[in-house]
Design a protein around this ligand. Structure first.
Ligand code: GLU
Length: 506
């Protein structure tokens, strides 16, 4: 079976038009980390920009720490970012299954092939024995590598262990060679294999070791480009040896720089949010997050900074990735989020805000007819850096008529002649139930003009108007209040407030 596969891949080598096949291969042992999301994004941009195939593969060999819940978080977060895949555990594909835990027979087959060819061997050393020998070696001031004790086992010893059913692992017999990893970003990295342990390819419980599983998957899934973080660069050395052992050409490697916190260490909890879903909960837009992640190691070669996903697909080139450190800058992300908020239409912004309104107990606003919701949202748009910033300002639209904040009531009472100002407002507002933007602006303008005629400062009428309609001292531009409630309702609200003033005077 293995040699059959080799023939197939040789056929493909001769076919110059092989389409790229990339994979995003997270371990579902946590929520989707921003660093992994960046890896997914680079893979996806490359696949979509080159008519290639994007594969999602769960590397869930750590059964203790992997969970369905994390798989779901990873898939939901990718979808939220706008990233999709052509093959994966949820949708299948020609090269499945797409969970490593379901591919164990395949790994065993490959491992046994290596064993047969003398490129792997059984190791019966228990973890305790290894620990002791390791400690002893270190005590003698030497560095530890598996000492190949079991490589030299005689047949009778092997038989004895087998009879005793002594557990064993399979180790790859690292050949003597200079291993060359060709990386698109970093050039060729050469490592003398004498620095490398005979690593475990099958564990004693029959599950595959990480390196074997990755390489067998990349071979059998016909992956052409491996794009991942540079924490895997040292693993690539082992992978190249395995590809060699299986007589397969390694894929093109692209080890991009890791995502670092502002202090230069790997982005982690102590820097703040790290999971994509946390950024989502905090009110970042997916397009801003994606834009930011792309810009962290990639630039179009000019000054532009705002990109949509479609533009990124068009312009992204793997060769333009920078190998230098990617330092996460929350201020820059916030700035980009603000820019992407500005690009949204009122309707889009309203849609994005609805889940936040609901989770903040503002269903009343979330369920408004669309045109009302859009007016409300437009009125607070300039306050928004993150979507959550809109919640407090939008509460103004839940204030009931005459429901004055203490501060507003105090201010109203302090303002002399407030009655005349408010009665003037009622007159100007009139009895129309609706006002479009133009009419609302005209009403505000009339208030200013009438104030001027009466020899008042504009503030003398506009200030009590805001207090009386919204019950608050600060809030959106007045035109939005008129558009939201309509002139007649604004007038009714002012009457309520006048009633309150009378009550409090009597
Ligand atoms: N499962 C590995 C991780 O989550 C990725 C391995 C690979 O991309 O080769 O870091």
């Amino acid at each position: 079976m293995i040699s059959e596969r080799k023939v197939n891949s040789l056929d493909e080598e001769n076919n110059a038009a092989v389409k790229p096949r990339v994979r995003f291969a997270p371990s579902p042992t946590g929520r989707l980390h921003l660093g992994s999301a960046r890896t997914a994004l680079f893979n996806w941009l490359f696949a979509r920009g080159s008519a290639g195939t994007m594969v999602l593969r769960f590397e869930d060999t750590d059964r203790e720490r992997s969970s369905e819940e994390f798989e779901k978080d990873i898939m939901d977060s990718l979808k939220w970012m706008g990233l999709d895949w052509d093959e994966g555990p949820d949708i299948g594909g020609d090269f499945g299954p797409y969970r490593q835990s379901e591919r164990m027979p395949l790994y065993r087959e490959y491992a046994e092939w290596l064993l047969e060819k003398g490129m792997a061997y059984r190791c019966f050393c228990s973890p305790d024995e290894i620990k002791k020998r390791k400690e002893e070696t270190i005590r003698r001031g030497m560095s530890w590598r598996y000492d190949r004790k079991c490589l030299g086992l005689g047949e009778s010893e092997v038989m004895k262990f087998e009879k005793e059913k002594k557990p064993f692992v399979l180790r790859f017999k690292v050949p003597e060679m200079v291993v060359r990893v060709e990386d698109l970003l970093r050039g060729a990295v050469e490592v003398d294999s004498s620095e490398i342990d005979d690593f475990v390819i099958m564990r004693s419980d029959g599950s595959a070791g990480f390196h074997l599983a990755v390489v067998v998957d990349d071979i059998t899934m016909k992956i052409t480009h491996v794009i991942r973080g540079d924490d895997h660069l040292t693993n690539a050395v082992r992978h190249v040896m395995l590809f060699d052992a299986f007589c397969e050409k390694p894929p093109v490697f692209v080890h991009h720089s890791l995502l670092m916190g502002p202090d230069g260490s790997k982005l982690s909890k102590r820097h703040g949010a790290t999971a994509v879903s946390e950024f989502r909960e905090q009110g970042y837009l997916p397009q801003a997050l994606v834009n930011y992640l792309a810009l962290l190691s990639w630039s179009p070669g000019d000054e532009r900074e705002i990109f949509s996903l479609e533009e990124l697909v068009r312009e992204f080139r793997l060769d333009d990735l920078s190998a230098s450190k990617a330092i996460f800058d929350f201020d820059k992300l916030n700035w980009l989020n603000r820019q992407h908020v500005k690009l949204l239409s009122g309707k889009e912004l309203a849609e994005a805000l609805v889940p936040f309104l609901i989770s903040s107990g503002l269903e009343e606003i979330a369920r408004l007819p669309e045109e009302k919701l859009v007016i409300a949202v437009e009125s607070v748009r300039n306050n928004i850096e993150k979507l959550t910033d809109a919640i407090e300002p939008l509460r103004i639209y839940t204030v009931k008529p005459g429901d004055l904040s203490d501060k507003a009531a105090e201010e109203l009472k302090k303002t002399g002649d407030v009655r005349e100002a408010l009665e003037t407002c009622i007159e100007i507002l009139g009895s129309a139930s609706d006002a479009d933007e133009k009419t609302a602006c005209e009403i505000v303008e009339r208030m200013r003009n009438v104030a001027a005629q009466k020899g008042w400062k504009a503030k003398k009428i506009l200030w009590p108007f805001r207090l009386a309609v919204t019950g608050r001292t600060v809030g959106p531009d007045l035109k939005f209040l008129i558009m939201f409630w309509g002139p007649a309702t604004c007038a009714a609200r002012i009457k309520e407030t006048l009633g309150f003033l009378e009550d409090s005077v009597s």
